[in-house]
Design a binder for this molecule. Structure first.
Ligand code: AMP
Ligand code: ZN
Length: 443
């Protein structure tokens, strides 16, 4: 078993991250007023503000946030490409986009000071997750439009560490670079880390030939069980960070040394958790849709962005790290990838949690949803670890039974389980697409 490094508790901008709560909230209110003023120059908000009689003076407390309209992905699309641009184009320092590979991206833009602030936001989670200026970081996130590449690049530069801007793809080259340049830190999606882990563990590669100590993952949902797999497989510490292009990219929330949730960067963002049906706030500590309001973004301001991501904000007091900011859970799913099977709501992450509890199966799986008759059915394809793959029907049946029990434990449903040969399911270099919804085709 590899030993996983421990880290010191380090804080990049204590003046913001550890602000006294009442001061922090006063700062949020004054920054929210400014954000409303910036938005009131945009036709989209101008019209809504006029209808509802909103001006920057309508904002005098945090509760006044609820007077403001929500913004949806569809609103950005309807105002494509740059309907939310609030500064002259001549002052835009950077354009980035969402990470989808098909269709038109959702664009976002940054002023020079937006880029500066963003670098510090990324530095915050990198430093709390073990990055020091002496280290070298391999960025295996895509650089083309996806906010992950350049966002992290600027954050690492701010910390003063060495950067290998490798981008994603060509895993042989990724592993070779780890051996040749000895980076201590890896940045990628958790699913790409799985692929790289396979190549390292199953290839002819000595673990001692690579220097990795930490990995920072974001861009897609992953589970605590997946973290344990990667940490023990590679002997590294894996950290979670969260963000989305529409609100500025990574750095919106990230873990501290105690890893009990992701600290929300509340001096620059206000988070709400709502019931996606009623649009009312959920009770404290309940799960719901995360709504994000960036407070400082000059170039592309947005209010109450409905992320479709499901999570929880912990309201349980201060963290031992000394930060005063609230923490959020992992993303538990998305409102748009929730499956409803025989009336039960299921998120792919619940299935992942169950699968990762069983050591004979690999971390590679695929979920297929069909509707053979009137009812939805889920089939879970899962690769076996080569050493556990067996010709014995009885052994295979026994593993299936254990998987079934585990999945029933996390979802309350029995699903079809197909054990497949090692190395037969698709691998991912960026965000994984593990759910295949064939219902429309079957219907
Ligand atoms: P994009 O800005 O297009 O790259 O995608 C942002 C989306 O990626 C978010 O709304 C989440 O759905 C997902 N995402 C980003 N970071 C995480 C994370 N740490 N955990 C789970 N989902 C994430
Ligand atoms: Zn903390």
């Amino acid at each position: 078993m590899n030993t996983i490094p421990v880290v010191e508790n380090r804080i990049w901008q204590p003046e913001f991250e550890c602000m006294e709560r009442s001061q922090l909230e006063a700062l949020q209110v004054s920054r929210l007023k400014e954000a409303v003023a910036r938005c009131s120059t945009l036709p989209f908000y101008k019209e809504k503000f006029k209808e509802q009689g909103i001006t920057p003076d309508s904002i005098n407390s945090l509760a006044d946030l609820r007077k403001l309209p929500f913004t949806l992905k569809a609103d950005l699309r309807d105002n494509y490409p740059l309907g939310f641009l609030a500064i002259p184009k001549s002052q835009v320092s950077r354009y980035q986009g969402t990470s989808g590979t098909t269709g038109k991206p959702t664009w976002t833009a940054y002023s020079a000071s937006d880029v500066e602030r963003w670098a510090d936001l990324c530095a915050r989670f990198l430093v709390s997750g073990g990055l020091t200026p002496e280290m070298t970081v391999q960025i295996s996130f895509g650089f083309g439009l996806f906010t992950g590449g350049f966002g992290l690049h600027n954050g690492i530069q701010r910390v003063g560490a060495g950067i290998i801007p490798l981008s994603s793809g060509n895993s042989a080259r990724q592993v070779m670079t780890m051996q040749d340049l000895q980076p201590e830190v890896l940045i990628c999606t958790p699913s790409y880390a799985l692929k790289l882990m396979d190549d390292i563990l199953k290839g002819d590669i000595e673990r001692s030939s690579i220097a990795l100590q930490h990995a920072h993952f974001g861009g897609e949902p992953w589970t605590e069980e997946m973290r344990e797999r990667i940490e023990s497989g590679l002997g590294i510490r894996c950290w979670n960070n969260y963000g989305m292009a529409e609100c500025g990219g990574p750095g919106i929330a990230g873990e501290c040394a105690y890893r009990n949730g992701m600290h929300i960067q509340e001096d620059q963002y206000i988070f709400e958790v709502i019931d996606p049906d009623t649009l009312e706030p959920v009770a404290p500590g309940e799960k719901g849709e995360i709504v994000v309001t960036p407070l400082c973004r000059e170039a592309f301001p947005i209010l109450r962005y409905r992320t479709r991501d499901i999570g929880i904000i912990y309201d349980d007091g201060d963290c031992p790290c000394g930060r005063t900011t609230r923490r959020m859970s992992r993303i538990l799913g998305r409102t748009d990838d929730m499956l409803i099977v025989r009336g039960v709501n299921v998120f792919p992450s619940q299935i992942e949690t169950a699968l990762m509890q069983i050591k004979d199966v690999s971390p590679h799986y695929m979920i297929e949803v069909t509707r053979p008759k009137a009812l939805d059915e889920i089939t879970v394809y899962i690769e076996m670890e080569p050493e556990f793959f067996s010709d014995s029907m009885r052994e295979m049946q026994e593993i299936k039974q254990r998987i079934d029990t585990a999945i029933f434990g996390t979802t309350g449903l029995h699903m079809k389980i197909e054990l497949v040969n090692p190395n037969t399911l698709e691998r991912f270099e960026g965000k994984a697409r593990r759910v295949k919804d064939l219902r429309k085709l079957v219907d």
